[in-house]
Design a protein around this ligand. Structure first.
Ligand SMILES: Nc1nc2c(ncn2[C@@H]2O[C@H](COP(=O)(O)OP(=O)(O)O)[C@@H](O)[C@H]2O)c(=O)[nH]1
Ligand SMILES: [Mg+2]
Length: 381
């Protein structure tokens, strides 16, 4: 994993992490405070209420953007503490170390666990993943005092445990070639862009790639894929606007087979307003493919837009039924606070997640790294 990879992903996920992170912080905060640190009582005016402080993060953190932890308390709040910025080094050491030790903590009792579960649900992880994470936390740590940071780490561990089984790279193994990859999803989810990114990715690994413009519904869709094909230097099979996608797919598979292309990536239209029509079209494509190669399509990738939050889940439901989805790619994780839906999808459907999209350029497709993504979602990366 190169440096820019992580930076991009971290940058892309910032809002996502803010969301769950904030919700978890709120859960800790609203729970009964646990005053763990005796030093704190020396602080004037700092009685029982531990203050909602900016979290002191001494280690360098490329992501760290002064977490918006709880904005200024109204009136009655005790005097604000000095900011733990580098400038604080001018302060007497004792104050600095005191600030560093006033990290919020909470006792993991039933009330706090309820709040954590709620925080997970409103962060789009879904009720079933939320319950599972709650149970695991209870099992491992019930009753113990835990800092906010430890809580987030523990949540990240449980999220990773849910994501690991679904993290599967998209391998090109088809024999005979080509491996036919059908890309489906609703309009605007990022199919065409993802096809370009995926093609580029495979070509960088020295695979030969061909694209097929199976979305003949709009001329613009064909033109868009043509431009991408040119940019990545891949051959493309197109047909007329309004033409029969299965005819294009037929020609494409034939040609790709003749020249021994490794991967044929097929774009499709995502008209969902008419489920029957979509189902018929995909069934026809499948039939044509099957005539040329009984194994094809080898992959049916559903592209989901993470900004759709819970809607992404109903799309999985529908496309699973009409198209026999074999794997997922989640796009637009750079522009959303809804990365939690990845966890819900993994928990509910168990479909492989092959990659994630974190931007609009060719290099913005990332392998799905469950541990990294879990840490980013939980706000500890
Ligand atoms: N920010 C961001 N935008 C994306 C991503 N993937 C696709 N898009 C944008 O989403 C819009 C729709 O993408 P497109 O590939 O045309 O979707 P399609 O209708 O499913 O083929 C375009 O403006 C893309 O640039 C992503 O990972 N991040
Ligand atoms: Mg498209």
């Amino acid at each position: 994993m190169s440096k820019s990879w992580t930076e991009k992903l971290f940058g892309g996920f910032r809002k996502t992490s803010d969301r769950l992170s904030e919700n978890l912080s709120a859960a800790v905060e609203s729970a009964e405070p646990v005053v763990e640190d005796e030093e704190v009582e020396e602080e004037p005016d700092t009685d029982l209420e531990p203050e909602p402080e900016p979290e002191p993060t001494p280690e360098p953190d490329p992501l760290h953007e002064a977490e918006p932890e709880v904005s200024p308390e109204p009136a009655s709040a005790p005097a604000p503490q000095p900011e733990p910025t580098p400038a604080a080094s001018a302060e007497p050491a004792s104050i600095v170390s005191k600030v560093a030790t006033t990290i919020r903590s909470t006792r993991l009792d039933d009330t706090t666990l309820d709040e954590i579960e709620d925080a997970l649900i409103i962060s789009d992880l879904g009720p079933s993943a939320a319950a599972r994470i709650r149970d695991k936390l209870a099992e491992k740590r019930f009753g113990s005092v835990i800092t906010e940071r430890e809580l987030k780490e523990a949540v990240a561990d449980e999220i990773a445990a849910i994501l690991r089984p679904v993290a599967k790279p998209l391998d090109i193994t088809a024999f005979p070639r080509p491996q036919v990859i059908l890309v489906i999803g609703v309009n605007g989810s990022g199919k065409t862009t993802t096809i370009a990114k995926l093609g580029h990715w495979l070509m960088e690994d020295d695979y030969e790639v061909m694209l097929a413009a199976g979305d003949t519904f709009r001329a613009a869709a064909i033109g868009q894929l043509k431009i991408w094909a040119e940019r990545i230097g891949a051959p493309i099979m197109t047909g007329p606007e309004g033409g029969d996608p299965s005819a294009i797919v037929f020609d494409a598979v034939k040609r790709a087979t003749e020249i021994g292309t490794d991967a044929l990536i097929v774009d499709t239209a995502g008209r969902l307003q008419n489920k029957r029509e979509l189902m018929d079209e995909l069934a026809k494509i499948r039939k044509v493919l099957g005539r040329l190669n009984p194994e094809a399509p080898h992959d049916v990738l559903l592209v989901l837009d993470a900004t759709n939050g819970q809607n992404a889940l109903s799309q999985i439901e529908i496309f699973k039924e009409v198209a026999g989805v074999t794997g997922l790619i989640m796009t637009k994780l750079d522009g959303t606070a809804r990365g939690g839906v990845l966890v819900a999808a993994a928990e509910q459907y168990g479909l492989p997640i092959h990659a994630i999209g974190v931007g609009e350029t060719l290099d913005d497709l990332r392998p799905f790294d469950p541990d990294l993504v879990a840490r980013v979602i939980a706000g500890v990366a």
